[in-house]
Design a protein around this ligand. Sequence first.
Ligand SMILES: C[S@@+](CC[C@H](N)C(=O)[O-])C[C@H]1O[C@@H](n2cnc3c(N)ncnc32)[C@H](O)[C@@H]1O
Length: 233
Amino acid sequence: MVRDSAHPATATITAQQLSEADLRSTADGSLTVHSVRFGQTYGSVHGAQAQARHVFVQGSGTDQGDEARVLEIGFGVGQNFRATLEARQDKALDYLAYEFDPVSAEVLRRLDPPEYPAWTALLNAWPPTPGTPLAVQVDQVRLRVQQQDALVADFPAGWATAVYLDGFSPDANPELWSETFLARVAFALAPGGVLTTYSAAGRVRRALQAAGLEVERCPGPPGKREFLRAVLP
Ligand SMILES: C[S@@+](CC[C@H](N)C(=O)[O-])C[C@H]1O[C@@H](n2cnc3c(N)ncnc32)[C@H](O)[C@@H]1O
């Protein structure tokens, strides 16, 4: 994922001050948003939608199978969620995301036409608040978004068929890439579950291996040579 520049995150939960001016067009025509707080874009400037499909949905195999339980670290602007809805169509999906700094509903509304009933339901219920997770159920799709710092969240053990590890870059958002945190995230995987992430950094690969996952480098989406795919044996 190409980001603009790096600013360290603060640990404080603050309201997002994003505006329509922060929307950016990406190479595949999809829109993303620039985060003032982190100095980076939420999705790849080389194609936000292409990356969501390639790395997270197809990379983790979430486009396949009758059942999918996705744990997402960093819900952001919901690009990965929309790509997952697109891929799964009528198949069951249970999606649990953590986001400590939700963007405004106005920004979310500008991103994509509301093609999916579950996305429309999300827009109507947005935003989550610290005491009240957003919960939406439409047909076979269940979505929960917890407004919480992922560092202190209790992830459901052995639950996820897929983990989308999608923080900002390891330099800008280092706490989401530490060995300690990745070990906790790996614990949420069901046997055979797959974690994917756009970063192919050696330190991320080693941290995932230290968490007991079998890690491979896969050909990346546009603008990116490789991404990581890590399986819990
Ligand atoms: C690259 S963006 C995620 C893009 C998103 N997955 C999407 O599909 O639109 C990274 C997200 O991680 C969130 N984040 C960063 N640190 C976090 C933390 N400690 N706990 C929860 N969310 C965090 C940021 O606020 C941001 O929304």
